[in-house]
Design a protein around this ligand. Sequence first.
Ligand SMILES: *[C@@H]1O[C@H](CO)[C@@H](O)[C@H](O)[C@H]1NC(C)=O
Ligand SMILES: *[C@@H]1O[C@H](CO)[C@@H](O)[C@H](O)[C@H]1NC(C)=O
Ligand SMILES: *[C@@H]1O[C@H](CO)[C@@H](O)[C@H](O)[C@H]1NC(C)=O
Ligand SMILES: *[C@@H]1O[C@H](CO)[C@@H](O)[C@H](O)[C@H]1NC(C)=O
Ligand SMILES: *[C@@H]1O[C@H](CO)[C@@H](O)[C@H](O)[C@H]1NC(C)=O
Ligand SMILES: *[C@@H]1O[C@H](CO)[C@@H](O)[C@H](O)[C@H]1NC(C)=O
Ligand SMILES: *[C@@H]1O[C@H](CO)[C@@H](O)[C@H](O)[C@H]1NC(C)=O
Length: 422
Amino acid sequence: MIKRLKYCDIWYRKIVKEGIRNIRMKGMPRSRDKDDSEKHMGLLKLVQILSFLVVFVAGVVFGLVTTSHFSQHVVSKAEIYSFINHFSADAPEAVKNGNCTVVKDCNKVEDCLSMNSFVRPKNITHYMSDDELFWRASMVPTKEEFPYNRVPKVAFMFLTRGPLPLLPLWEKFFQGHEKLFSIYVHAVPGFKLNVSSTSPFYGREIPSQKVHWGTVTLADAEKRLLANALLDFSNERFVLVSESCIPVYNFSTVYKYLIRSAHSFVESYDEPTRYGRGRYSRRMLPDIKLYQWRKGSQWFELNRALAVYIVSDIKYYTLFKKYCLPACYPDEHYLPTFINMFHGSLNSNRTVTWVDWSIGGPHPVTYGEANITKEFIQSIRSKGTPCQYNLGTTSICYLFARKFAPSALEPLLNLSSSVMGF
Ligand SMILES: *[C@@H]1O[C@H](CO)[C@@H](O)[C@H](O)[C@H]1NC(C)=O
Ligand SMILES: *[C@@H]1O[C@H](CO)[C@@H](O)[C@H](O)[C@H]1NC(C)=O
Ligand SMILES: *[C@@H]1O[C@H](CO)[C@@H](O)[C@H](O)[C@H]1NC(C)=O
Ligand SMILES: *[C@@H]1O[C@H](CO)[C@@H](O)[C@H](O)[C@H]1NC(C)=O
Ligand SMILES: *[C@@H]1O[C@H](CO)[C@@H](O)[C@H](O)[C@H]1NC(C)=O
Ligand SMILES: *[C@@H]1O[C@H](CO)[C@@H](O)[C@H](O)[C@H]1NC(C)=O
Ligand SMILES: *[C@@H]1O[C@H](CO)[C@@H](O)[C@H](O)[C@H]1NC(C)=O
């Protein structure tokens, strides 16, 4: 209060001084004309006194008005501050009594910007378009150190039409490793998995769109899965799996294998037949040349850097969308070609998902109940060895296998602990 008055006092004095100076200046022209001024000396004095009085009174009034405004201003400011303090200290209470909707809304905004919801998005539902989603997913922090204890996770991305018949096997696989993975499911729009709220699959369906097998919408779905998974900054590796895929090693083996790998596992090879080079279109020139064209399995495994490059690409994706039409399938050529052209050194060029093409034709072998034996699963685990891994070799080439019919579930559950280690 004292300070405020002092402040106003200085102001008031300044005004009075200025008033006096004005009076002197007004008086000056008159004083030039000596005779005139002498004649009207008395009148001038009176005018001077009067104007001084007027200015004085005006100054007092101005000072009073300013003081009251100022204190009002201070009071309202103080109210705002106390509101803010109150809000941050007692927000949960205010929300509880349900009487303060403003506080509720503020609380929501605060929550959206909190580090926790940014770094560990709990609910993966959103209403972003693909454009908006891919843009957000392409963000890469420039600052290298994370301001939180980042434990790298493996994102398991399930591309499926509907239910996941082998889901109980996957649940068994994931059990006990909750902090080291995240699950994303792309099914038909609106589809919800019928799982209990304790399942790691609960609420993991991403906003999806219709997929027509063999068209670019399949590549779209893969990009959508990648982009949703990229929103969680802890996800470091990204595995695409289908409803007919199974894991053939336990979680800790799979986790270490992927996290410690210097390379991604996107199959990428040059196939000089009509099923490979034969699907190349010269209309992709001059951007994609025949010698750069590659083929590979759709079931990829990517590290974070490659995943960001893929959701950020428009140019090459657009070429595939326009010119890779049946019998060219974008899901078999886009990633292998794109990675070969720009990021070959980040790729192992092999896949970690085993599949059996031995019967020939357009579809691989599907294994059912009668085919599942200990020996069969063992043989998958030791197929193709040794494989190149980082600078050396490994006795493990495949972590996953396909295709398995729903009927294979029971025998697989039976064998998982004795053969697959989970
Ligand atoms: C709001 O507060 C008033 C008075 O405290 C109370 O009577 C009323 O029930 C409250 N409304 C709600 C929705 O809680
Ligand atoms: C969901 O699963 C439960 C048991 O696992 C089953 O009883 C129920 O019929 C299923 N619901 C649907 C809609 O499939
Ligand atoms: C996520 O939020 C949406 C709406 O915002 C809600 O319908 C859904 O049930 C939530 N999911 C979970 C797992 O809480
Ligand atoms: C996982 O499997 C490996 C061998 O493949 C084994 O050494 C390890 O003990 C298993 N881990 C668990 C947690 O069972
Ligand atoms: C994979 O292929 C690329 C060329 O696309 C090559 O540069 C890279 O060395 C290969 N990776 C390995 C591990 O051999
Ligand atoms: C799987 O089992 C069925 C029924 O016994 C058999 O006809 C089929 O040849 C088996 N498939 C393979 C690839 O072994
Ligand atoms: C599971 O294993 C047990 C004993 O190991 C066997 O008796 C049973 O028939 C098996 N079930 C299936 C579906 O294979």
